[in-house]
Write a protein that binds this ligand. Sequence first.
Ligand code: SAM
Ligand code: SF4
Length: 336
Amino acid sequence: MDQLAPLIDPFARAITYLRVSVTDRCDFRCVYCMSENMQFLPKRELLTLEELDRMCSTFIGLGVRKLRITGGEPLVRRDIMTFFQGMKRHLDRGSLDELTLTTNGSQLARFADQLAEAGVKRINVSLDTLDADKFAAITRWGRLGKVLEGIEAAQAAGLRVKINAVALKDFNEDELFTLQEWCASRDMDLTFIEVMPMGDLGNEDRLDQYWSLKDLRARLAERFALTDLEERTGGPARYVRVDETGQKIGFITPLTHNFCESCNRVRLTCTGQLYMCLGQEDMADLRAPLRDSADNAVLENAIRAAISLKPKGHDFDYSRQVVDGQMSRHMSHTGG
Ligand code: SAM
Ligand code: SF4
């Protein structure tokens, strides 16, 4: 592939990280993410696996070095392994540094080996609780045992696993140390995510469950010595090292503004819309240029035009937001 000029946005940020939602469907219905009776998109709206390959390959040609596959639940998309196997060629050629995914873990027992064969080295598994009943309540449809089995299979396949837990007041506050110790004992890093006002959280059955990570971190610090790590991923995550265990713990605070200046990422929805910023509604449709022309230059131009519109930063309380800073999009659509 010819080397094209890299993607640089108007604020001189190089776009090297693409998150791709490959489906809006999921086998869980986590209360903070989806409503119980979700209306999913008709299949024809979704990019086909071939279109996904072409889209991602074009981004890679424009300098994207890291791909994170997400959803919905990426592993419920039919034949998704074909897509992963296809992306392996970019890893093999050295044009892609990392191919990874964020998953709820339910299908990992089935796919862990194939993911490893496709060159995936690390995965994020979302898991908020180790209590089977609480797990069933928060995911509505999930079964903890299956996820634990999946995590074991992933580790057995040689994949490095990081656990992502949404911090929820009155829900997993009491599991802070249980989760931390469980991860440490299995050599897994752990990242806490501050809950965002999406999914069902704005509705009447609103879970008033915001638990600030500042408070969570302070509680951890009562028991352990925490060293701040310099590591930055260009995203909303900050990391500490737990001196006693060597474990890395991350804090993702999507609502704070301390990372926009280093933002290196854009998000592609399963329908081919490119969101330039997690906190803004601005998006560009890339499906039309992809479908309208077999000439890749058309798609490349559309991508460049979209990147030239990447906003400087986000603000969840801007008046441009839908209701009081609440996003109308579901995370499962944009890909968390
Ligand atoms: N289904 C996969 C999973 O659960 O890992 C991938 C998609 S999911 C939308 C990606 C991440 O977004 C998960 O870690 C999930 O916990 C997180 N998430 C979903 N809704 C959220 C919300 N309202 N606030 C914060 N994180 C959220
Ligand atoms: Fe599905 Fe992930 Fe959303 Fe849960 S957080 S409903 S597993 S997409």
